[in-house]
Design a binder for this molecule. Structure first.
Ligand SMILES: [Fe+2]
Length: 366
């Protein structure tokens, strides 16, 4: 199956199952610099090498999670607080109001403020956040939400970070230095400016095309201008947090593919940029890694971690031909980053609420 991802004509990408890992569209018999770097990474990560080789590589560790109901079991906190993170990201649906109104949303923030382990995490770890529909104010809500400005103020008052816009959403970016490298952490706002969309499910020919009378918008013009200016900044890796899934598109729920113009624009931006990019996403009440490989050889991942305590196991039979890892239990995501020959080596791990590793995906992004 061919999947177009960058918005450029005549450029196709193959899902990982259609080709060997770490290699391009055809097997190569001489090592390019990119392949040599990957081979070096494989060697460094080989269990045959000594532990000293691992220990000599300092890692930067990001934890992230989404879909957290303050009225449900909070036992997952022990697993989070028992690990060391250099940064933590809440990726949306960080609370669930009991009803879709401002009063319930306000009460939900008051409940969130009483969660002691959250205070402990924030005391010892830099924490960033964006929102999704439930902490925006209503299930599957878009920019027509009547109390979106009040909701934005509740969000900003609670999470207290630097935002790119004072009045038009909660998107943000920061550059984090690690071993002389620049980690660009970008968190998008996929609620404040989005317009209604038509659900697009590939298996349904009737709903494969967007409505002719309107081009649905996910980010809005101001956020797009800001995002493109962020991508113009020098960075050694960009980590882009999207509350909804970027790559997985064969399900009937919220996804970037429901906004074809924005999706193509994002893939064009990432595909043309010199820095490798990895997406983090939430929303879906499951944990999975989706993977595509560009014809240039660059690999693109969408690491979804959804369900700190609301995984719910509902998507057992859901199709995702780009999936390389999946788990349906409660837990969170951990992204470990180290540098090999100047290139970022990623390990994407799902940790369950008891602190157990449930899957791990490793790769270089060059
Ligand atoms: Fe959501």
């Amino acid at each position: 199956m061919k999947v177009r991802l960058d918005g450029q004509p005549n450029r196709c990408y193959l899902p990982s199952k259609d080709r060997p890992d770490f290699w391009g569209s055809s097997m190569k018999f001489t090592l390019s610099r990119r392949d040599a770097v990957k081979a070096l990474g494989l060697a460094v990560c080989s269990p045959l090498l000594s532990k000293a080789a691992h220990a000599s590589q300092a890692e930067w560790v990001l934890g992230f999670g989404s879909c957290m109901n303050t009225r449900k079991n909070q036992s997952f906190w022990q697993a989070i607080l028992g690990r060391r993170f250099d940064h933590w990201v809440f990726l949306g649906d960080n609370l669930y109001p009991e009803a879709d109104n401002l009063e319930s949303l306000t009460l939900a923030y008051q409940e969130l403020a009483t969660i002691q382990p959250l205070k402990e995490l924030r005391a010892k770890t830099p924490v960033s956040a964006t929102w999704d529909d439930h902490d925006f104010g209503a299930d599957n809500a878009d920019g027509s939400l009547p109390f979106k400005r009040e909701s934005m103020q509740l969000f900003k008052n609670f999470w207290k970070q630097d935002y790119a816009s004072e009045s038009e959403g909660v998107y943000s970016a920061q550059i984090i230095e690690h071993q002389g490298k620049k980690i660009h952490l970008i968190l998008l706002d996929l609620r404040f400016n989005r317009t209604p969309h038509q659900e697009i499910v590939p298996s349904s020919s009737e709903s494969d095309e967007p409505r002719a009378d309107a081009v649905p918008q996910l980010l809005g013009d101001a956020q797009w201008s800001w995002l493109e200016s962020e991508f113009a900044k020098p960075a050694d890796i960009r980590i882009v947090g999207s509350s909804i899934q970027v790559l997985s598109h064969e399900h009937r729920f919220e996804k970037w593919k429901n906004y074809p113009a924005d999706y193509e624009r994002l893939m064009g931006l990432v595909g043309r940029n010199s820095a490798p990019t990895v997406f983090l996403s939430g929303d879906r009440h499951l944990h999975e890694v989706s993977k595509v490989q560009l014809v240039s050889g660059r690999t693109l991942y969408d690491f979804t971690s959804s369900g700190l305590n609301k995984a719910e196991g509902l998507s057992r039979f859901e199709r995702n031909s780009l999936r390389v890892r999946r788990n349906l239990d409660d837990g969170f995501g951990e992204l470990r980053l180290r540098w090999i020959d100047g290139s970022p080596q990623l390990t994407m791990t799902m940790i369950d609420k008891d602190g157990q590793q449930r899957f791990s995906q490793y790769d270089f992004l060059v």
